[in-house]
Structures are given as C-alpha cells and as structure tokens.
Write a protein that binds this ligand. Structure first.
Ligand code: C5P
Length: 398
C-alpha cells in the first residue's frame, strides 16, 4: 500500500481474542513499508506474546509504562512523538472507556493523552458490550474528538453467538488508516467523483448486456484520491467490495449511473469517468424472463446518454478511451468532443493492460499534448492521473 510507505505507526493492541488478527495487521503494515512500534496492554498480553510482533516489525514492542530499561525514561512521550497515527486494534470496551475518560494508568493511556497523532480505533467485543449505552457514549465522545472508528462487523463471535462486534478485517482497517494519514494531501478539501465498472443493461429481470470492464482501474483511482486527502464518491457497477473510507454508490445501468453522477457532481471538484458505460441499452426490457422459443431473438437497442458529455460544470473532467484500434486518433477525438481536461487512452487488446489485470499501459492526451506512460500498476496509473488533476486544479485557481 503506497500510502503507508515510510509512515510511523504506533499499533496498540488491547485484550480481546481478536488480538491475533493484530499480528496480521502488523505484518501488512510492515510489508507496506510502514515503521511500526507496538504497545500491548496487560489484557493483550493474556492473548499474545511480544515476540509475535517483534519478529514481524523488528521494532519496539512495549507494555510497561514503568520500564526501567528504556533509555530516555519517558517511553510514553517517545512513542507519542514518534506516531504519525495511533492505531488501536483491537480496541476493547474497556480501552474505549479509558480513552474516553482520559485515564493514564498504563502505557497506552499515557501515549493516547500525549500524542498529537490522529487516533484510529478498531473495536472488538461481544454484541451486548458494543450496544451498551456506556460503550456507545464513549464512542460518541471519541468521535467528537476526531477519532476514526472502524466499525465492527456482524458475524461469528468468540462466545459462539453471532452478532455485531467482530473486529473489521485488517485490509479495511489499513484502508481507514491510509485515509487518515492522507489528510492534508494535495487533494485535501476536494470532492472527487469516480465511476467504475461496466454498466449492466437489463434485457429481462434475470439477464443483462455488459462488457469486460472489471472496475479495478476506477477503484485504484478512488483509493489513490482518498489517500491524497480527497472526499471520494465512487459510483460503481463493478461487483467489487467498496474501498474503505470511500462513499460507494452502487448502480447498474448507464441511466442509473448518469443520475448518480449528476447528483454527485453538483458539488464536485473532479470527475473521473473510468466506467465502461454501455453505448446501447435494450429499448424495452421484458418485464418477465424471456422464454426460449424461436430460433432467433432480436433485441432492439437504443443509444445510451453520454454521461461525460452531458455532465458539465466547473470541475476537472477526466475520461478514458478503451480502444482496440486507432488508439490515439480516437482518443484525441473524444478529448475534443467531450471537452475534457484529460483523456486516458488504453489499448484493451493487450494482455498485460486494460480489463481485469492489475497493470495498465496508457497514454495521456490533454489540450497540452500527448504523454505515453510505461507499463504500471493500476495504482501507479491512478496516481499519475491524479498528479495531472492536481495540476489542473492549481491552474484553475491561479
Ligand atoms: O465514447 P467512449 O465510450 O469511448 O468514451 C469513453 C469515455 O466516455 C469514458 O470515460 C466513459 O466512462 C465515458 N462515457 C460516458 N457515457 C457513455 C459512454 C462513455 O460517460 N455513454
């Protein structure tokens, strides 16, 4: 995860059986290039060993506020100063209560009071503890003070019961952490609207016409914009799980996408249309499933509205041109016809670029000229697009 590379994270683990998942979080953070110091509360030590973290992070793992061996003698201040973010995962009901009240009777309590770093909390507990008014009041107090709460999910709990209280998955927690670390990035204060996926045009209640777009490039743009501080609305017809800390609006057809884009763009700074919108839809979808009867079946198609061309306003507009021939000429014509700031052209007949794969080879066309990019990950392509977007936003305000 690019957003976490080189970032200084204090990972605090409190006493829940979900503590074992914190080892995965530490590992994911380390692999993403973050520097991770770990705090284990007394409760966490009942579930897990310091060595589990030290072997993964190769850095400080501390539990004792009174550690006589710490060189500076002010371990809590050192950790507070080190942290760019304080991530508490799992956060127990007791930990939430202690944080809300500002108790400083252990290392975590002292670090939480001493640090200026933003707080990201991933609660884990039994449903009744989560739903208890005391816990909810503590959460409200922490939210009010700016903490990010990564909501627990519903499912199997340690008690054997099923309900709300399962700690969010490590990938979800890291997504929220990346969003928090991205505050103050070059898209801070901006609203970026991104579309993704191939639209689905109904034939009847069970069938549709669609295309091979996976939505991966659009999702990568949404995540990259989030990690650069933007508020992101992702309007998606792809079946992928929504990225954390992004507002995802699921749609199916081009007409639904148009309505959602028009609403979102009333207050947008940027629109990136990465979706592969179907050019045609079935004129009159059948109200019931079409029966297999005749040898031939003819579908009457009508042209869909062009979303990019019809949604205009004072925001930066980026389009995609997926082509199998005459890439540059077709893309240049779309740039002009749709009045875009940038068009991202890709040859979707290549096997290592375009639909469904994680890499893309694209050419940027803008009113300023043409730039061919090498084969890059879709995330890198996303960041290059956003570099151009940031340039355009600055030029507009200059
Ligand atoms: O004209 P073409 O479909 O190739 O243009 C591609 C670009 O226009 C993409 O950014 C796509 O999301 C957008 N588009 C649109 N509405 C359509 C068709 C395409 O916004 N009906």
């Amino acid at each position: 995860m690019i957003a976490l590379r080189g970032r200084r994270i204090v990972l605090a683990v409190s006493g829940s059986i979900a503590a074992y998942k914190a080892v995965q979080i530490a590992s994911d953070l380390f692999k993403a290039g973050a520097l991770v110091d770990t705090i284990l509360t007394a409760g966490a030590l009942q579930f897990i060993q310091p060595l589990s973290f030290r072997a993964i992070t190769h850095r400080l793992v501390a539990s004792d506020l009174w550690d006589p061996h710490h060189p500076s003698g002010v371990l809590h201040v050192d950790l507070a100063d080190f942290a760019e973010a304080l991530l508490i995962a799992p956060a127990t009901a007791h930990t939430l209560a202690r944080l809300a009240l500002g108790l400083a009777d252990d290392l975590l309590g002292c670090v939480a009071l001493s640090t200026h770093a933003p707080l990201v909390l991933a609660p884990a507990m039994e449903s009744r503890m989560w739903l208890h008014p005391a816990t909810q009041q503590h959460l409200a107090a922490l939210r009010e003070r700016g903490a990010t709460i990564v909501e627990p999910g519903t499912g199997h709990l340690a008690s054997g019961a099923s309900g709300i209280g399962r700690m969010a998955e490590p990938a979800t927690i890291l997504g929220h952490l990346a969003a928090v670390l991205g505050r103050g990035g070059d898209l801070a204060g901006r609203h970026v609207v991104v579309t993704a996926g191939g639209t689905r045009e109904p034939i009847d209640p069970v069938r549709y016409i669609s295309n091979r777009s996976s939505g991966k490039q659009g999702y990568a743009i949404a995540e990259a914009a989030r990690d650069r501080g933007a508020r992101v609305t992702l309007i998606t017809s792809a079946g992928l799980p929504p990225p954390p800390a992004v507002t995802a609006i699921p749609v199916e057809s081009a007409e639904e996408m148009l309505a959602a884009v028009a609403t979102a763009c009333r207050e947008a700074d940027v629109l990136v249309m990465a979706a592969a919108v179907a050019d045609y839809r079935v004129a009159a979808p059948a109200p019931e499933k079409i029966k297999k009867q005749d040898e031939r079946l003819t579908l009457d198609l009508v042209k869909n509205p062009d979303i990019l061309a019809s949604v205009r306003g004072d925001f930066v507009r980026v389009g995609f041109a997926a082509e199998t021939e005459n890439l540059l000429a077709n893309a240049a014509e779309k740039l002009r016809a749709k009045g875009l700031d940038l068009i991202v052209a890709n040859d979707v007949s290549a096997s290592d670029a375009g639909f469904a794969v994680d890499t893309n080879r694209v050419v940027f066309l803008s009113p300023d000229g043409v730039e061919s990019l090498p084969l890059l990950s879709k995330r890198e392509v996303a960041d290059r697009i956003l570099d151009r977007v940031v340039e355009r936003l600055r030029a507009r305000h200059a």
